[in-house]
Write a protein that binds this ligand. Structure first.
Ligand code: BTN
Length: 171
């Protein structure tokens, strides 16, 4: 006479619950690790193919960020100084987001805008593939025709250095 009809075994929902929980937990952990591997975020310290360095802050909910840029090269007569940058990135695609930012040079009358996209390669290395427009200050509108230069830069993450150090101008 087993009135419950379970013959002394644990009730089925309990046994299934444990297995189900473990499976869901494992799946969640795997999903989490994959998504963080594939995510490409702009925050952190970067250097480009010219040797320029920049640090980018964490972005806000709208995808806006700020940072500091230390260029390795300059067409200006004055000594190079760390300059502020401001930009935004798409937050709807965190795997390969496009972005743009402006550097307002502290030591020259020029302004540079960068546009680009963040990619992660098969080794998990992140790169920022960018194009830029550098606007020089023309003396008059007659000189406007050659006041803008275009180019490309590829940024990779700076490793083994803290974010503050990477844009210190005495490095
Ligand atoms: C100036 O020359 O007036 C300011 C410095 C400009 C540096 C340019 S911006 C595009 C390119 N990428 C760099 O990292 N530096 C140069």
């Amino acid at each position: 006479g087993d009135s419950s009809g379970t013959c002394g075994k644990p009730p089925l929902p309990v046994a299934m619950g444990k297995t189900g929980f473990s499976l869901i937990l494992a799946l969640a952990l795997v999903t989490l690790s994959i998504s963080s591997e594939k995510k490409c975020t702009l925050s952190g310290a970067w250097q480009n193919d010219l040797g320029s360095k920049m640090t980018i802050s964490a972005m806000n909910e709208a995808g806006q960020f700020s940072g500091l840029y230390l260029t390795a090269v300059s067409g200006a007569a004055k000594p190079i100084l760390v300059s502020p940058l401001n930009g935004s990135q798409h937050v709807d695609n965190l795997e390969q987001p496009t972005f743009g930012f402006t550097v307002k040079w502290s030591f020259s009358d020029s302004t540079t805008v960068f546009v680009g996209q963040c990619f992660v390669d098969d080794q998990g290395e992140q790169t920022l593939q960018t194009m830029w427009l550098l606007r020089d200050k023309a003396k008059s509108v007659d000189d406007n025709w050659n006041a803008t230069t275009v180019g490309t830069n590829i940024f990779t993450r700076i490793k083994g250095q803290n974010v503050g150090e990477s844009v210190r101008s005495d490095l």
